[in-house]
Design a protein around this ligand. Structure first.
Ligand SMILES: [Zn+2]
Length: 412
């Protein structure tokens, strides 16, 4: 592919992303595009237009995803795409850049005049972030039949509007949600910005994702006793924050012992949180991520052992509430191999890396062959208005994905 074609891809990407970033509920303060909103409707209409312009037959499915289809010899489908929704005050690239790239892949396939063995669908998924209803990965779950109509009624946003209601208001039919799970999807490919600093720091142009990390989350409450901060002697007090601090201080260092692991305490609540009162209780939430179940759970059980020891030594009690466990999801070896061959042929600087964030590809990858390409994030910034990836890097991902899809037509 010559330089001229690369610059056409770059231009198309820039044009589309510049239009799409205007579909936000927070103009001037980043992109806020929640599912089933006016901004979502505008983005969907524009994506439909772009998909139709490259010759795709476009529809909106029951989940509110925009899908553009190219019919192949077989009805079975290879899918490429990412999400069109965003977090609050997010950037103009997370998710949507992958959708715009996927449309470019479809355009290249169309223009190549190739006969497709399998059908191809470009998908812009809905509510991947979960920013509105505290859920996420919505379209993937709907496509694979993992959600019931009843669940949609219990998941509500900050205003008390349920997913069910929001879908109806948007013109969708929530009752249909479980009716037609897709069993025709052969494979799923996603281009996404890295959202971290690794590719840039290592001077790589593209990343091939090996695994999407697993996550263990728990909320822990340590119970002490509120007393006067001046009159209660040190050896007689039951200071919940002092004990919590000892346990929490080990979490980060423990994560550093494992490769590709991270652990975060991002939530802390002190009661009564008053300067001259010994803390009565501390609640904190821990988020542990890793590339295999063993390293995640080893850290988690070590944390529980620390809590037991703390309780034994101090006499304080604790409670643990399980919040989430998501398995690490391995990406398809055979698709990764093809992507790697493409990177080599095109003389791109590439590397393998895990994804520390969740993505649509994890839902698909748990059930069928899936793969992800990461595009460098400038400064590693993401989920903020400063988020950016260079158009030339996005264009390279388009070319690698194009090569990958051509090969997948043969072996999937
Ligand atoms: Zn994303």
């Amino acid at each position: 592919m010559d330089k001229n074609q690369e610059s056409i891809i770059e231009n198309n990407i820039v044009t589309a992303l510049n239009v799409l970033k205007e579909f936000t509920a927070t103009p001037g303060c980043g992109v806020t595009r929640f599912p089933f909103t006016e901004e979502a409707r505008q983005a969907c209409a524009y994506l439909k237009e772009r998909m139709e312009a490259v010759g795709l037959t476009v529809r909106m499915d029951t989940s509110g995803a925009v899908i553009g289809r190219l019919e192949g010899k077989r009805a079975s489908t290879i899918m490429i795409g990412s999400h069109f929704d965003s977090v609050k005050h997010g950037g103009a690239y997370d998710g949507i850049a992958g959708v715009v790239c996927a449309i470019e892949v479809a355009r290249l396939l169309q223009e190549s005049g190739r006969e497709l063995e399998y059908s191809l669908e470009v998908i812009a998924t809905n509510d991947e972030e979960g920013a509105r209803f505290n859920t996420g990965l919505f379209t993937g779950k709907v496509l694979l039949g993992q959600l019931t109509c009843e669940e949609l009624k219990t998941q509500v946003d900050a205003e008390g509007v349920s997913v069910y209601q929001a879908m109806e208001d948007f013109g969708l039919q929530p009752e249909q949600i479980a009716a037609h799970p897709r069993d025709d999807i052969k494979a799923f490919l996603e281009i996404h910005i890295e959202q971290g600093p690794v590719l840039e720091a290592k001077n790589k142009e593209i990343g091939i994702v090996d695994v999407i990390v697993g996550i263990k989350r728990a909320r822990i409450k340590i119970n002490g006793r509120a007393d006067h901060a001046g009159t209660m002697p040190m050896h007689m007090r039951q200071d919940a924050l002092e004990q919590a601090a000892k346990v929490i201080s080990k979490i980060g260092d423990r994560a550093r012992l494992f490769r590709n692991c991270v652990a975060t305490v991002g939530f802390l609540q002190v009661e009564p949180n008053i300067m001259n009162i010994v803390p009565q209780s501390v609640t904190f939430a821990v988020d542990i991520r890793g590339v295999d179940e063993e390293t995640i759970m080893t850290q988690y059980y070590s944390l529980l052992a620390d809590l037991d020891r703390m309780s034994l030594e101090s006499g304080l009690t604790y409670e643990v509430e399980h919040l989430l466990y998501a398995q690490p999801v391995q990406m398809s070896e055979s698709i990764k191999e093809q992507l790697e061959i493409s990177c080599i042929n095109r003389q791109l600087e590439y590397m393998h890396l895990p994804s520390g964030a969740g993505h649509d590809a994890q839902i698909f990858g748990a059930q069928l062959p899936a793969a992800m390409l990461f595009v460098p994030s400038v400064g590693g910034r993401s989920h903020c208005p400063e988020e950016k990836s260079e158009a030339r890097d996005l264009a390279k991902a388009v070319l690698v994905a194009y090569d990958g899809i051509v090969k997948m037509m043969d072996f999937c």
